[in-house]
Design a protein around this ligand. Sequence first.
Ligand code: SAM
Length: 440
Amino acid sequence: PSDAALQEFRRWISSHGADAGGAASPAAVPEGLGLVAARGLSRGEVVAEVPKKLWIDADAVAASDIGRALGGGDLRPWVAVALLLLREAARGADSPWAPYLAILPRQSDSTIFWSEEELLEIQGTQLLSTTMGVKEYVQSEFDNVEAEIISENKDLFPGSITFDDFLWAFGILRSRVFTGLRGDKLALIPLADLVNHSDDITSKESSWEIKGKGLFGRDVVFSLRTPVDVKSGGQIYVQYDLDKSNAELALDYGFTESNSSRDSYTLTLEISESDPFYDDKLDIAELNGLGETAYFDLVLGESLPPQMLTYLRLLCLGGTDAFLLEALFRNAVWGHLELPVSFDNEEAICQVIRNACKSALGAYHTTVEEDEELLERENLQPRFQIAIEVRAGEKKVLQQIDDIFKQREEELDGLEYYQERRLKDIGLVGDNGEIIFWES
Ligand code: SAM
């Protein structure tokens, strides 16, 4: 945005008393706009205090002419807020939010805005399929809203709203709404939403809260604190979300972090409908809080998620182990599956996973080594850097999973299986593995 627009925004903010006595000021920074400390700030000091009347949220929708047209309809909260945002943006200087709308970015580096050519760089990644999935979802919401609301209320939306406009609004919400303000609490909070993210902020404590009550929320404010001390002129940062993977950061905000705990891969496992024991397996999975399909998030450098091996053993159960699926075992079977069942079963789970890793790894167009070499170059375009970091991270996790199961394959002979445990339990095998006969 222009300096004039930024000046105007600052005036608007302070005229509403949202700037906490001028502790921080919106300014141009490497991440776009950001919040800069106007004086030395100590950890926990309030840097923005935004009154509810400045928020763009469900209540603002209800109070607007869009709200009247919707008449309490059943739009999803984010769609309603997106429509208000687009309507206000179209009103230009007439909108009460005009100074805020003027400083909103036109685009970010979120993968939802990438060109086809840019998307080629993430060929084979889970990020590509989630990005396509999200865009399809936004497209279908747009088609509904266009048919049912936009075209029925031409007076409210005089200029036409395109899919690109709608995608922009979605991207704004996705990248600016604080984690935790979900569903009908979803809100754009001017000023507070200028705060950028840094992975150096590691406290799990939230840096914001909603304060005050008051009839009709008159005294409600959104209060943002700095999580660390900041020198005068320094930028205030928060941690957006410690739990988001690089793929999620890339999709939601358009940046990635080189921290390996952000590298992750979601394995999808499924009981096949053609499995002869489909019904029993599904029943057992459901009794234990899982289903026909189960998703496991694997993170670089971390051990396998709980229940993954158990579920896998269930998927692969067959042959002479199938007796464990009998109704008689229904309450105990999950416990049995937590440990190796048989050589064949354990070998099968290794093969299933290793084949899945091989086929996933085959879909990427570069190797980890090639990616790492590229990352050493200077002045990489932001989107290119995001692409390389995500595709390298996914491959590293896949290789790590493959390594875990490769090692397991080598140890199959030394594992203890169900039958041996059973014999020990009933006292027929000593601790050293010798069979105990009728000792005196
Ligand atoms: N910088 C934003 C602006 O100009 O309006 C304000 C913060 S907004 C809540 C989130 C967006 O800021 C992200 O989508 C991304 O574009 C940018 N951003 C925040 N933290 C960043 C970081 N650490 N690195 C790169 N971009 C960042």
